[in-house]
Each structure stands twice: as structure tokens, then as C-alpha cells.
Design a protein around this ligand. Structure first.
Ligand code: URA
Ligand code: CA
Length: 433
């Protein structure tokens, strides 16, 4: 087989066989296929697309390019959740203990954040002593015992995707549905999920700007998952603004605690119920989605979900008492309000810009080597649809330095204020199975 012939075949819109796709991924991973040929191939896929079968084969070839996590020693159906959005996305922190409280095993492999998106591990490390440096044996034992544990990402998961993603980034081929879908799904499958719930974001701050694009991506991922034997479904949810109020590590832990007490922001709570219901249902712990939702509401009401969060934090070295005393979380030195410059109605809050503003405060990493400040971040005081008057606080800033003009400027840029009334967008647009 020659790579040049396979590039030509895809360029001309023909379907590649499993053997041909395996050849490409295997030889690209080991360095026998050079970047320039893979770039041409990615561009051919960008224009010619892939069939459902090609997408599934491409995904599995990437899964098989590196380590695959074996979670078979964990009892029950392991359901993973993935969000394509991610600025101030506190859902993972809420959902992990919430569904675990219903005996759904949550074996979460997670990463650190880079740029404007926060990583779940960074957030959890805002709890004094919490760590994810545990062995796979400890990880599996903890999930069997407490139903939830988090471990750091293994070094050699889907190396083909890592290499290809880097190449796509510099060859204008990131924004291709078959390539995005296979990239995301390969990582979830290699991490050992039996079933997958996807939260595909749509709106100005998301990868997929329109509902139609989000739907096409969601459908592509659901088809791949189901074609390779992983029960998969997707929820298309709104990203015309960040979810909840908090963006920043300790602030999001506090927000997760509030939500697990039933006192969190309503949009965050609702999305957790929607995604959580699907997770519980796919795990076989409820007969219907309605039944699943009722059970989730019950463990929030009776305190079990919060108790599971406490146990989970303590089991990985963390100070579980933060659940009862959130003031023990890292606190910022300076708290100040960013004020609206004019009257009107909030029409959009661009998630990327809010994420960048939080990063400038130190809540996120500008480079892989940056140290993050766990205490700092932003709390949104006004959300889409709300009325504001000039001089009124729209965001509260938590900072450890006195001069934050650049941050305030970014926050004001992120907010669009319209003179006409705005109706808040729906939280969930569609569910795809
Ligand atoms: N996220 C991924 O993991 N892969 C993509 O291709 C795009 C977004
Ligand atoms: Ca949040």
C-alpha cells in the first residue's frame, strides 16, 4: 500500500477500507508517513468527508494506536460524560458524585486545563490535599468502594489523535466533522467507557456556532459510538453564555457544593438533571428517564449526593470538610465588581472571552508551564435576558493582584447588551440517540 494512492482515493471522494485506514493510522503514528502526506489526507477528508463506516474505523484505529484502559474489574456499566464546550463548566463536578450516589460507577480519567478552558483536576485540587496521582489498582478499588474516583490522564492514550490534532491545528483542518467526531470519540473509548453521554454545545462561544452544525457533530459522534458497541447519546445545549455563575477553580467547587445541596444556579442544576438522567438510564439504574430524574432529585434532597462528594474528596486525600465549610477553600485577596457601561438587556456572554478573562486573573494556564491560582475567578451576576442599568455590577471579580484593568476590559467585551428586551435562549435544544 502507498500513502499517495490513499490520498488520491480520498481526494476523489472514494471510500477507504478498514485495512487502508489502519495502514494510515499505524504508519502515521510510527512516523513512516510524514506530516506533509497526512496534511494532504486531512484536507482531502475535510472536503470529501467520510462515511459512517470510515468514521468508525478511523476512530478505532486511533483507539488502537496507544494504551486502552481496562475497567472490566469495576462492577456495572461505566458511563462517561463529555462536553465539547467547557468554560466554567461545573457539570462534571456535580454529576460525578450525583450519579455515583445512585450506584452508577464513575471512573473518570481527567486532564488539566490549558488556555481558557478549566480542567476538572485543577478544580478538584482547590480542595486542600486532594490528588489524582493514584495507581490504576487504587483507582479501580476506589470506584468499586465509593462508586467514584478521578485519575490523571495516562501518557499514551490515542497518540495518533494527539499527533493528528497538532497537525490539523496548523493546516486549517480542525473544523471537520468526521475529524472532530473521531478525535473526541477515540479518547472516550480508549479511556474505557461502556456508554457515553455527550454534551454538545452550540452558540457564539462554542465550536459549533449553529444548532445545525452542533446537531451534525452530535449525530456523527452518536453513530460512531453505537457502531463500535458503546451505547451513546447526545444532548445539544446552549453556549450563548457560560453555564452557572462561577468561573475559576475554588469558585466552581463552591458552586458544585451549592448545586449538590439543591441551592445552585438553575441552569447548571437543570443541565445536570438532563445529562445525569441519561447517565443513570444508560447505566441501567432506572427504567425510564423520568424515573432517573426523580431518583437524582431524591439524592440531592436527602443529602446522599453531597455525602458521596465528601467521601470522594477524602478518599483521594482531600479535606472533605470543605463541603460543610466552603470558606476553607482558597480565598482571593481582592473582591470587586465590574459594572455595566450602559442600560439594556444582556443578549450574549461570549464564553471564550470570559474564559480568557479568568485566565488573565490566573485561574487558567496561558502555557503548559503556568502555575494557576486556585482562589481567583469570576462570578457572573447578570445572565442572558436580564435587565441591567449603567453602573450596576454584572460580574464580581476575585483576584490576588490589585491591577485588573485588562480583565475588566475583556469581561465588558464578552457581554453584549441590547437596548431591546431579550428572551433567554433554551438550555437544551435537542437530544440525539
Ligand atoms: N476536541 C478534540 O478532542 N478533538 C477535536 O478534533 C476537536 C475538539
Ligand atoms: Ca460554572
Amino acid at each position: 500500500m502507498r500513502m499517495v494512492d490513499l490520498i488520491e482515493k480520498k481526494r476523489d471522494g472514494k471510500e477507504l477500507s478498514k485495512e487502508e485506514i489502519d495502514f494510515i493510522i499505524k504508519n502515521y503514528t510510527n512516523g513512516d508517513i510524514p506530516d506533509y502526506q497526512m496534511s494532504a489526507f486531512a484536507m482531502a477528508v475535510f472536503f470529501q468527508d467520510m462515511t459512517t463506516e470510515e468514521r468508525a474505523n478511523f476512530t478505532m484505529a486511533m483507539v488502537e494506536s496507544g494504551d486502552q484502559i481496562d475497567l472490566s474489574a469495576i462492577e456495572g456499566i461505566k458511563v462517561d460524560k463529555h462536553s465539547t464546550g467547557g468554560v466554567g463548566d461545573t457539570t462534571t463536578l456535580v454529576l460525578a458524585p450525583l450519579v455515583a450516589a445512585l450506584d452508577v460507577p464513575v471512573a473518570k480519567m481527567s486532564g488539566r486545563g490549558l488556555g481558557h478552558t478549566g480542567g476538572t483536576i485543577d478544580k478538584l485540587e482547590a480542595v486542600e490535599g486532594f490528588h489524582v496521582e493514584i495507581t490504576s489498582e487504587e483507582f479501580i478499588d476506589l470506584v468499586n468502594k465509593n462508586k467514584v474516583a478521578v485519575i490523571g490522564q495516562s501518557g499514551n492514550l490515542t497518540p495518533a489523535d494527539k499527533k493528528l490534532y497538532g497537525l490539523r491545528d496548523v493546516t486549517a483542518t480542525v473544523n471537520s466533522i468526521p475529524l472532530i467526531a473521531s478525535s473526541i470519540m477515540s479518547k472516550k473509548i480508549a479511556a474505557g467507557a461502556d456508554a457515553i453521554v455527550l454534551d454538545v454545545k452550540t452558540g457564539a462561544g462554542a465550536f459549533m456556532k449553529t444548532t445545525e452544525e452542533a446537531e451534525a457533530l452530535a449525530k456523527a459522534m452518536v453513530d460512531i459510538g453505537n457502531a463500535v458497541g458503546r451505547n451513546t447519546m447526545a444532548v445539544i445545549s446552549d453556549m450563548s453564555q457560560p453555564l452557572g455563575f462561577a468561573i475559576g477553580n475554588a469558585l466552581e467547587i463552591k458552586e458544585a457544593i451549592d448545586t449538590l445541596k439543591g441551592e445552585g444556579p438553575k441552569d447548571l442544576e437543570e443541565l445536570c438533571y438532563v445529562l445525569g438522567s441519561h447517565m443513570v438510564y444508560l447505566a441501567g439504574k432506572a427504567e425510564t428517564l423520568e424515573d432517573a430524574r426523580a431518583k437524582l432529585q431524591e439524592v440531592i434532597k436527602n443529602g446522599k449526593a453531597l455525602e458521596v462528594f465528601k467521601t470522594f474528596l477524602s478518599a483521594q486525600g482531600g479535606d472533605g470538610s470543605v463541603v460543610d465549610n466552603p470558606e476553607k477553600l482558597p480565598q482571593a485577596k481582592y473582591v470587586s465588581d465590574i459594572k455595566a457601561e450602559k442600560d439594556g438587556y444582556v443578549s450574549e456572554i461570549t464564553a471564550n472571552e470570559i474564559g480568557t478573562a479568568a485566565m488573565l486573573l490566573g485561574a487558567g494556564r496561558a502555557t503548559k508551564e503556568s502555575e494557576i491560582d486556585l482562589a481567583v475567578g469570576l462570578m457572573l451576576r447578570k445572565k442572558v435576558g436580564e435587565k441591567v442599568t449603567a453602573g450596576e455590577a454584572i460580574v464580581t471579580m476575585y483576584s490576588n493582584s490589585e491591577n485588573n484593568e485588562e480583565v475588566a476590559k475583556k469581561v465588558l467585551e464578552a457581554y453584549s447588551i441590547s437596548s431591546d428586551p431579550v428572551t433567554a435562549p433554551p438550555l437544551v435544544y435537542k437530544e440525539i440517540k
